[in-house]
Design a protein around this ligand. Structure first.
Ligand SMILES: Nc1ncnc2c1ncn2[C@@H]1O[C@H](COP(=O)(O)OP(=O)(O)OP(=O)(O)O)[C@@H](O)[C@H]1O
Ligand SMILES: [Mg+2]
Ligand SMILES: [Zn+2]
Length: 330
């Protein structure tokens, strides 16, 4: 598959590598000027390496020689690290700093596409590139508990604050144990209670860990799948993305057209992912009773049987935030 996006991403990798190398060179110049001893050390390491390589042709006790030279290199590296750290520089300050350490910004590990490559394609194919900006604002570090009341709410046993604290912990654990569980999450509850916000927190954490994440509203998801399946010349192999990605987030379940096609598409995706042990996060602001009446039993039983259900309740945060803003202006 070499569509325009693949070429675009490959160009981006070239740029990232150039950038990383240029920045490393700048740091090197800075350090060599400040600590000429480090320049000597680097030269000596390079010379010693070269001598080891050419020693094979000399008639000496090769094994012993190589051992000695390797020890020499290690000593030099230690001396360099000590100079850097005693002047408060990180010991890897002179290394090239890649955006992705797994593939060193090449997009490939051997012949396999790196997860960062897959994610870059997904972001372009399914128009999620703006997700990055949102995730800088909506993540576990910016989650504000004070927006949830600590007073009793209707007949609920826990205050909205206590309730969201428990859900928050569950979400943090979900990302921590991501590789070791088959847990799926189902968020439901009224409008403006942080379901999308918390989905974003999870997406950010997993993307940072190098996982491949697709985030789509239910209606967009159905639209994308419909185009991939039925449009002429559609890249059908991309349907696999929705089965293979590490986490599929389906937001606003229930906003898709309520048709047999949409339902079978949803069932198919949810069921196939469950069978393959691929995780899903669904959120909706429909009450559970309504979902039971909207969807056929085969869908709801998959959801109720295979998802950890988290109920959000309390006062609409959108309204609360806009009142706070107005108060701040007054
Ligand atoms: N814990 C939080 N900390 C800071 N801001 C929050 C928090 N939770 C929600 N918000 C803000 O409140 C607004 C509503 O949140 P969000 O969109 O996540 O609600 P929702 O439950 O997904 O609602 P809907 O069901 O309508 O989609 C957003 O502007 C969001 O940024
Ligand atoms: Mg939402
Ligand atoms: Zn990578």
């Amino acid at each position: 598959m070499s569509d325009k996006y693949t070429l675009e991403v490959l160009k981006e990798y070239e740029r990232l590598q150039d950038e990383a190398k240029n920045k490393q060179r700048q740091r090197q110049i800075e350090i060599y000027n400040k600590f000429p001893r480090i320049r000597d050390i680097d030269n000596e390491i390079a010379r010693t390496g070269f001598e080891i390589a050419s020693s094979i042709f000399k008639g000496i006790d090769i094994e012993n020689y190589i051992k000695e030279q390797k020890k020499r290199i290690t000593d030099l590296k230690i001396e360099k690290a000590e100079i850097l750290s005693s002047h408060n520089y990180p010991v890897d300050y002179l290394e090239i700093q890649y955006k992705c350490n797994k593939c060193k910004d090449t997009g490939y590990i051997g012949n396999e596409k790196c997860s960062c490559f897959k994610q870059k394609l997904i972001d372009r194919h399914y128009k999620q590139s703006n997700l990055r900006d949102i995730l800088n604002e909506e993540n576990f570090d910016t989650f504000d508990f004070s927006l949830y009341s600590d007073q009793k709410y209707k007949d609920e046993p826990l205050s909205p604050r206590k309730n969201i604290e428990e859900i928050f912990t569950r979400c943090v654990n979900f990302t921590k144990n991501f590789d070791n569980t088959n847990e799926n999450l189902f968020f439901f509850g009224g409008s403006g209670l942080g379901k999308t916000f918390l989905s974003n927190c999870i997406a950010k954490e997993l993307l940072d860990k190098g996982k491949v994440v697709i985030y789509q509203t239910s209606s967009n998801l159905i639209q994308i799948l419909r185009s991939l399946r039925f449009e002429d010349n559609a890249p059908k192999d991309q349907i696999e993305d929705f089965i293979e990605c590490d986490l599929l987030i389906i937001d606003d379940l229930g906003t898709e057209p309520n048709t047999p096609y949409a339902q079978s598409e949803l069932f198919n995706i949810i069921n196939t992912r469950i069978i393959k042990g691929k995780k899903i996060l669904i959120s909706t602001n429909f009450p559970l009773e309504d979902l039971l009446s909207i969807y056929p039993e085969r869908i709801t039983s998959r959801i109720l049987g295979h998802f950890t259900i988290c109920e959000f309740y309390g006062d609409d945060i959108r309204i609360k935030k806009s009142i706070n803003k107005r108060k701040a202006r007054a």
